[in-house]
Design a protein around this ligand. Structure first.
Ligand code: T3D
Length: 263
């Protein structure tokens, strides 16, 4: 492991990133954003890292923006939060959504504010049964950011999205699973093991097809059925030209597990 505010480790094709300010429930500082961005640069540049696992150190996953960086005295000019979203949070969410390999999130404890929405930006979210998700923004006079107003209605529907955003109540992991906010709630002591095993199996998958799947799903919300059918045609054409597709068909016919190489 290296780094300090975000730990990086890799094994079996999986890059594991651990937000590491446990005494502040891994709340984001600018420095932590910078470290996370540098790790994502490194992952993007290394094709042998075929899946990413994101988690948090200690009892929380991430409590969103570190509010001690936002203290204002009477008469101070308020910080430009549009600027911090533009420079830090929005690029992070865009990178995770657009990363050409799957991202698994293991929510080990409370995920609040931008921390909750960072988790929702990942492709597959597992959460410890003791974890909770909080759209904490309205508690401090803000609106859900980092994609919250986009993810919530799409994942849980309009009625729940409105209540979650307007009330800022805690949603326990099992409720989050039942509502479709996340993939699965798992026993606390099994979380990392299950998330690692899932990430390893994704890392051994047909990486280019998995990336094309992400691309297709990302476009589906804005496309008509006609446009989406056209996109599926184009992306499937691309998938059909990969070595992994060739291997997948051969393995099926030879009744053996496929050995995908991510190309
Ligand atoms: O600003 C911009 O650039 C715009 C972008 C904004 C994005 C955002 O994320 S805005 C939302 C910011 N986050 C919050 O409002 C959540 C604040 N935290 C909480 O509400 C609670 O801590 C939790 C509900 C997450 C957890 O509660 P609990 O009781 O389990 O823990 P705690 O005792 O509140 O927190 C433990 C420690 O972490 C505590 O420090 P202490 O007293 O032990 O020295 C607490 O102050 C610290 N902590 C928790 N969250 C933050 C934090 N310190 C700084 N910033 C935090 N966000």
């Amino acid at each position: 492991m290296s780094g300090s505010l975000v730990l990086f480790a890799s094994a079996d094709g999986v890059a594991e990133l651990t937000l590491n300010r446990p005494e502040r429930l891994n709340a984001f500082t600018e420095a932590m954003h910078r470290e996370l961005a540098a790790h994502l640069d490194r992952i993007e540049a290394d094709p042998s890292l075929r899946a990413v696992l994101l988690t948090g150190a200690g009892r929380g996953f991430c409590a969103g923006q570190d509010l001690s960086e936002r203290v204002m005295g009477e008469g101070d000019v308020p910080p430009d939060l549009g600027d911090t979203l533009e420079r830090l949070y929005n690029p992070l969410v865009r990178r995770i959504r657009g990363l050409n390999r799957p991202v698994v999130c293991a929510v080990n404890g409370v995920a609040a504010g931008a921390g909750a929405n960072l988790a929702l930006a990942c492709d597959i979210v597992l959460a410890a049964r003791s974890a909770v998700f909080i759209q904490a923004f309205c508690r401090i006079g803000l609106i859900p950011d980092s994609g919250g107003t986009w993810f919530l209605p799409r994942l849980v529907g309009e009625a729940r999205a409105r209540a979650l955003a307007l009330l800022g109540e805690s949603v326990p992991a099992e409720q989050a699973e039942a509502w479709g906010l996340i993939w699965k709630a798992v026993d606390d002591d099994r979380l990392l093991e299950e998330a690692r095993s899932l990430a390893r199996s994704l890392a051994a998958g047909p990486t280019r097809a998995l990336s094309l799947i992400k691309q297709a799903l990302a476009s589906s919300w804005d496309n008509s059925l006609d446009a989406q059918l056209d996109l599926e045609r184009d992306l499937q054409r691309e998938a059909g030209r990969t070595a992994d597709y060739r291997e997948g068909v051969r393995a099926f016919l030879q009744k053996r597990p496929p050995r995908f190489e991510g190309r």
